[in-house]
Design a protein around this ligand. Structure first.
Ligand code: 5GP
Length: 206
């Protein structure tokens, strides 16, 4: 990808970790940012809105977008496809924004390989697996089968927590939000490798 003046903040962690609540809580306090809305083939949950939570598409439409190379990254999660569209991300980065992604561990690997020098990654989790189970049950938007799948996936994902720059244990929303805010503000200070080289060249002015 080309040179950008923006930066990237990747948030991963099991559904039920509180990623959306956290990001909503801090969004107005972290400067000019763009939250990347993913495209998915999973069906809409109660309370979700098209174009706000996701762009909901059929498997055929998703495959078409893959063919047309429209995704920065995509992955199969819990049996459904999820993908990040390249164009709005590119535009937001060119405008110097902090681009925030809520994506899984597979997505984090790809973002790091493509935009690693401007990426900061955070894994967000409830304190324990049983707490996660409780939250998913309380949310009551998913069937038992879906909850079991999410628990199994969470057990797999937590094994890859060392691939992230930071870990936030979300047992207190206010405290977790404060930590995420600090990380988001610092994330913006990451400078792309080529800009560092230019800076060093200019700095050596004698
Ligand atoms: P949910 O179905 O609970 O909204 O999301 C399930 C999982 O998919 C979450 O871990 C979320 O981070 C991940 N996810 C959402 N959008 C994307 C995306 O565009 N790419 C990838 N790789 N994962 C995504």
């Amino acid at each position: 990808m080309n040179r950008y003046s923006g930066a990237v903040l990747v948030l991963s962690g099991p559904s039920g970790a509180g990623k959306s609540s956290l990001i909503n809580k801090i969004f107005s306090e972290i400067g000019d940012s763009y939250f990347s809305i993913s495209t998915t083939t999973r069906s809409m949950r109660e309370g979700e809105k098209e174009g706000v939570d996701y762009f909901f598409v059929s498997e055929e439409e998703f495959q078409q977008d893959i063919q047309e190379d429209l995704f920065l990254e995509y992955a199969l999660v819990h049996g459904h496809h999820y993908g990040t569209s390249l164009k709005p991300v590119r535009e937001a980065l060119a405008e110097g924004k902090l681009v925030v992604f809520d994506i899984d561990v597979q997505g984090n690997t790809i973002i790091n390989s493509r935009l690693g020098d401007i990426t900061t990654s955070v894994f967000i989790t409830p304190p324990t697996l049983s707490e996660l189970h409780k939250r998913l049950l309380n949310r009551s938007t998913d069937s038992q089968k879906v909850i079991n799948m999410r628990i199994a996936n969470a057990k797999r994902e937590i094994q890859r927590v060392s691939e992230y720059d930071y870990l936030i244990v979300n047992d207190d929303l206010d405290k977790a939000a404060e930590l995420l805010k600090i990380i988001a503000i610092a994330a913006r200070l990451k400078v792309p490798n080529d800009e560092i080289n230019l800076f060093v060249q200019k700095w050596e002015d004698m």
